[in-house]
Design a protein around this ligand. Structure first.
Ligand SMILES: *Cc1c(COP(=O)(O)O)cnc(C)c1O
Length: 396
C-alpha cells in the first residue's frame, strides 16, 4: 500500500478527532523519524514531550523485550518487581513518598482530584469542596481532567463538568486569593503550562501558593506531566523553585513511549486520603509499563540526560532569540529548558506544514505558537539543523 492509501484507510476507520498531518510515521532512530516512504524528519516534538531518550534506544528496547518474555501483566492485587523498582526510582527522583501508577496523564489528574477531595472530606465530612485551577491550563480529556482545564473551548460541548471548580489567572496571586473560600481543598497548576502557551510559573507565585496551602491545610497539586522528567533541566520542574507540592502528577516522558502515568503524594497526604478500596486500575502499574519507567530512570542517569538538557537548552534559547530578532512575525520567545515556544503575530499552521514538508517535525501550542519539545538527547547540531530548516519556512 502507498502512504496515501494508508491515510485514506485511516480516515475511513479512525474517529475524526484529530486533523492529522499527511504523513504515516514508520520508524525512528535517535532524534529522527522516518515516514512510510522512507523520508527522514528531524523531530522537535518527541510525540509531544514523550520520547525523551530518542527513538530506538537499544537498552530501553531490550529491557522491554525481556519483560515481555517474563510477564506483561498481572493484577494490582499482587506485587510485581518492576512496579517496586519504578516506584522507588520515582520517590528518589521526586522526594515524594507514595506513588500510584496510572495509564495516562489524565488519569493521574483524576487521581490527584480524588486525593484532594478525600483529604478534605476526612477533615470535615462535607462533600462540597472546591478546587482552584488556572486559566489556559491543560490537564487532559477525561471529565475530571477536563473540568480543571482552563480552556472553555474544550469543555463547552461536554457540560456539565464536575462541580466546584474555580479558575484563577496563572502568576496572579491576587486572582487566586479572590477564588479562595472555606471550601477550597486544593490549588492545581502546571509548573510550566504547556498546551496553554509555554508559560512557566514564577517563583514568587509558587511560593505564595505554597504558603496559602500550608496556612489552610489544603493541597498544592503540581501537574508535571509535560514539564517534568528532565524537560526543564531538573528532574521535576518544581525542584528549581524551592517549593514542594503535596501531590504531583507525571506521565508523558515517564514511560518514554509506553503508556504510563503516576500521581505521587507526601506521606502525610497518603496517610489521610485514598485508602484501600478508594481507587484502582486494571492496567496501571503493570510490569511492562513499570519496566519502562524503571529503565527510563536508569537511562536518564547513565546517559546524563539532565546534564545534556543543561547544555543544549541555553543554546536552543539563544538560537530562538536570534530568530526572533531577525523576523518581525515573531513576537516573543518563552518557556524554559527544552520546553520552548515562539509566539507569532499570526496562525502558525502554514509554517508547521512547510517545516514538515522540508523534513522537520514541529507542533503548535494554540493557534499562534510553535512549540519546541524535542527528545532530551538532542545536541547543538540538531538545534542548528532545526533552525536552518525553520528559517526557510517563516513569513518573509
Ligand atoms: C498531556 C498532558 C496531560 C494529559 O495527559 P494524557 O496522557 O494525554 O492523558 C495532562 N497535563 C498536562 C500538563 C499535559 O501536557
Amino acid at each position: 500500500m502507498t502512504m496515501q492509501e494508508y491515510i485514506a484507510d485511516a480516515e475511513g476507520a479512525l474517529l475524526h478527532t484529530y486533523n492529522r498531518y499527511q504523513i504515516v510515521l514508520e520508524k525512528g532512530d535517535g532524534v529522527y523519524l522516518y515516514d512510510y516512504d522512507g523520508k527522514k524528519y528531524l523531530d522537535f516534538v518527541a510525540g509531544i514531550a514523550v520520547f525523551a531518550l530518542g527513538y530506538h534506544n537499544e537498552e530501553y528496547n531490550e529491557a522491554l523485550k525481556g519483560q515481555i518474555d517474563k510477564l506483561i501483566h498481572t493484577s494490582n492485587y499482587y506485587y510485581n518487581v518492576p512496579a517496586v523498582n519504578a516506584a522507588k526510582a520515582l520517590k528518589a527522583a521526586s522526594g515524594m513518598d507514595r506513588v500510584f501508577f496510572t495509564n495516562s496523564g489524565a488519569e493521574a489528574i483524576e487521581g490527584a482530584i480524588k486525593t484532594a477531595r478525600k483529604y478534605a472530606y476526612l477533615k470535615d465530612g462535607s462533600t462540597d469542596h472546591e478546587i482552584i485551577a488556572m486559566e489556559h491550563s491543560f490537564h487532559g480529556r477525561t471529565m475530571g481532567a477536563l473540568s480543571v482545564t482552563g480552556n472553555p473551548k474544550y469543555r463547552e460541548a461536554f457540560q456539565p463538568m464536575i462541580g466546584n471548580i474555580r479558575f484563577a489567572q496563572m502568576n496572579d496571586i491576587e486572582s487566586v486569593k479572590s477564588q479562595l473560600t472555606d471550601k477550597t481543598c486544593a490549588i492545581l497548576l502546571e509548573t510550566v503550562q504547556g498546551e496553554g502557551g509555554l508559560v512557566p510559573a514564577t517563583e514568587e507565585f509558587l511560593k505564595e501558593i505554597r504558603r496559602i496551602c500550608d496556612e489552610r491545610d489544603i493541597l498544592m497539586i503540581l501537574d508535571e506531566i509535560q514539564c517534568g522528567m528532565g524537560r526543564c533541566g531538573t528532574m521535576f520542574a518544581w525542584q528549581r523553585y524551592g517549593v514542594k507540592p503535596d501531590v504531583m502528577t507525571s506521565a508523558k516522558a515517564l514511560g518514554c513511549g509506553v503508556p504510563v502515568g503516576a500521581f505521587l503524594m507526601t506521606e502525610k497526604v497518603g496517610a489521610h486520603s485514598l485508602a484501600a478500596g478508594d481507587h484502582g486500575t486494571t492496567y496501571g502499574g503493570n510490569p511492562l509499563a513499570c519496566k519502562a519507567v524503571e529503565t527510563v530512570f536508569d537511562l536518564f542517569e547513565k546517559e546524563h540526560v539532565l546534564e545534556n538538557v543543561g547544555k543544549v537548552a541555553p543554546y536552543l534559547e539563544e538560537k530562538l532569540e536570534e530568530l526572533k530578532e531577525k523576523n518581525p512575525a515573531i513576537i516573543e520567545r518563552r518557556g524554559t529548558g527544552l520546553m520552548q515556544g515562539l509566539v507569532f503575530d499570526r496562525p502558525v499552521g502554514d509554517i508547521i506544514q512547510a517545516a514538515i514538508s522540508k523534513g522537520l517535525i514541529l507542533i503548535n501550542a494554540g493557534p499562534n505558537i510553535i512549540r519546541f519539545v524535542p527528545p532530551l538527547v538532542i545536541g547543538r547540531e540538531h538545534v542548528d539543523e532545526m533552525i536552518a530548516i525553520l528559517e526557510t519556512c517563516l513569513p518573509k
